[in-house]
Ligand binder design. Structure first.
Ligand code: BGC
Length: 255
């Protein structure tokens, strides 16, 4: 198995894409640090699925919007497994509001988790790699909205656009240390983050018309690429965004 002996931390892995990533990495032999903020039962479910593959899992509660909790998360993971080799920055939130109505608290919660959280989780991980003189892999779960406007989600788009440049910058800075970093940019994936869209047949129908492959993505469509980017098969790939969107991004059509 390609990830035998490796340890992966997956932030926000109590549900949705994060849970699928944790299970997929475990299927390839990695032990998993499962992070959650507000769904302990989801984290337990992830743990059972990870253990069912024969890999080990360990749950830590940490809010990626709070830097002290991020540092504690990395420290607990290292204490449990002795090392971390793969960091998947998956935790993310979005808030729907017209630009002129966005509150400071909502702006902060989105940008703190999606951008500042990734920055400081990655920093703590890189410090660990430097201290232990090892290489590692970083995979950020971004969004098609690191490129594509999403009206009424400006803070989300700003955070994902920022994540694109953070990744590019760190690819240059971390390359000499043998550390790779890439983004995966999912399109419309069937997960709890877009529950309101999934429950609105009119909006969903309009969205599906924009997806050339004609369906929503499943969390596993993203997870399989994470496993590839975490494995030695991708050793020469860094600084790149991979779109997993059924063709959504480039599908402008005149009606
Ligand atoms: C957002 C979803 C949205 C999808 C496609 C994702 O990044 O989280 O809410 O449906 O992009 O627009």
């Amino acid at each position: 198995m390609k990830l035998e002996g490796k340890v992966a931390l997956v932030t926000g892995s109590s549900q949705g894409i994060g849970q699928a990533i944790a299970v997929h990495l475990a299927q390839s032999g990695a032990n998993i640090i499962i992070d959650y903020r507000s769904h302990p039962e989801g984290a337990q479910e992830t743990l059972s699925k990870v253990q069912a593959t024969g890999s080990k899992g360990y749950i830590v509660k940490a809010d990626l919007g709070v830097v002290s909790e991020i540092r504690q998360l990395i420290a607990e993971g290292i204490e449990q497994f002795g090392q971390i080799d793969i960091l998947v920055n998956n935790a993310g939130i979005e808030k729907h509001a017209s630009f002129w109505d966005v509150t400071e608290a909502d702006y902060d919660s989105v940008v703190n988790v999606n951008l500042k959280g990734v920055f400081f989780a990655t920093q703590a991980f890189v410090q660990h790699l430097i201290e232990t003189k090892r290489t590692g892999k970083i995979i950020n779960i971004s969004s098609v909205h690191e490129e594509l406007p999403f009206p009424h989600f400006t803070s989300y788009c700003a955070s994902k656009g920022g994540l694109k440049m953070m990744m590019r910058n760190l690819a240059v800075e971390l390359g000499p240390l043998g550390i790779t970093i890439n983004n995966i940019a999912p399109g419309a994936i069937e997960t709890p983050i877009n529950k309101s869209l999934l429950n609105n047949p009119e909006k969903l129908g309009a969205l599906l018309k924009n997806i050339p492959l004609g369906r929503l993505g499943q969390p596993e469509d993203v997870a399989s690429l994470v496993t590839f980017l975490a494995s030695p098969d991708s050793s020469y790939i860094t600084g790149t965004t991979f779109f997993v969107d059924g063709g959504l991004l480039w599908n402008y059509q005149e009606q």
